[in-house]
Write a protein that binds this ligand. Structure first.
Ligand code: G
Ligand code: G
Ligand code: MN
Ligand code: NA
Length: 253
């Protein structure tokens, strides 16, 4: 209850922080950065989301937290340098603010307008369960956002219950292959098979594929061989504070 009150307070006073982790192409150029929330707690140091997202959920603060992250991440991204003249997109995780929310499209549009960022530089990451069995009204609202340039990404793909065949029903342009499969891709034949099946399927259905949690050169090489489009993980960069991320971009490609 104490932590919950403090979190409520932090949300009201910009007391949270965002780190950014690059997502790079085969050539190593940064294409996107994922915003990852942290809480610089006065007594407990920099708290990771695993500690306070459950608190936010319990306190019914997750939607408010997502709104804060969305607005803050888009504003930050609107100031990023463009390495080699190529603008970098920003990816935001949504858990409490979901497409079924009656205000979803308005909240997203307002955050974009407030930041003054082009629509095609915004990626919204949702887990599979938030993207299945959506009423047609919701799918249509998502379609309108996509028409304006937004991309949706399925986060942690492969950890949900749904089969590969259901990929075609998911309203998402990007598939993020969960790091559970990435970690064993060079050593475990079933992880390799899953990763390859997901990437093949994604390509057949005209989706882009991101590999998450790439930690070793071996994983990178194997994934590149399979045809993964973009890569995210400690091999390239940890999530870093905004200033540091900006400095990386300023160095150029
Ligand atoms: O950031 P980490 O590096 O520790 O993230 C742990 C988990 O917290 C991941 O599942 C990630 O999707 C989630 N997460 C990180 N940042 C955000 C955020 O801004 N909003 C939401 N809803 N989840 C986040
Ligand atoms: O669930 P989601 O994919 O949004 O969260 C990303 C999580 O993965 C964050 O906790 C982030 O810090 C973590 N992460 C990013 N890169 C790596 C990596 O290379 N290895 C591991 N183990 N975790 C990573
Ligand atoms: Mn994510
Ligand atoms: Na993920």
């Amino acid at each position: 209850v104490h932590l919950e009150g403090q979190l409520r307070e932090a949300l009201q006073h910009d007391g949270l922080a965002l780190h950014f982790q690059p997502v790079v192409g085969v050539d190593g150029a940064v294409q996107t950065a994922e915003a990852l929330v942290r809480w610089p707690h006065p007594d407990r140091g920099l708290l990771p989301p695993d500690i306070f997202l459950p608190v936010a959920e319990q306190g019914d603060l997750l939607r408010e937290l997502d709104r804060w992250v969305l607005r803050t991440a888009l504003k930050e991204a609107s100031t990023w340098p463009e390495p080699g003249g190529k603008p970098v997109s920003v990816a935001v995780n949504l858990a409490g603010l979901v497409p079924g929310d009656p205000e979803f499209a308005d909240i997203v549009a307002d955050a974009i307008a407030e930041a003054g960022i082009p629509w095609d530089r915004v990626v919204l990451e949702l887990v599979e369960t938030a993207l299945v069995d959506l009423p047609s009204r919701v799918r249509q609202a998502m379609g309108e956002l996509v028409e304006r340039g937004i991309r949706f990404a399925v986060d942690d793909f492969g950890t949900g219950y749904s089969s590969l065949a259901r990929l075609k029903d998911l309203p998402a342009q990007i598939i993020k292959v969960d790091r559970r499969f990435v970690s064993g891709v060079g050593s475990d034949s079933s992880d390799f098979a899953v990763a390859k099946a997901v990437v093949d399927m994604a390509r057949a259905m005209d989706r882009k594929c991101v590999a998450e949690g790439v930690e070793t050169a071996t994983q990178f090489h194997v994934l590149r061989g399979i045809g993964v489009d973009t890569y995210q993980g400690w091999l390239f960069s940890r999530p870093v504070p905004p200033k540091e991320f900006r400095a990386v971009l300023a160095l150029g490609p």
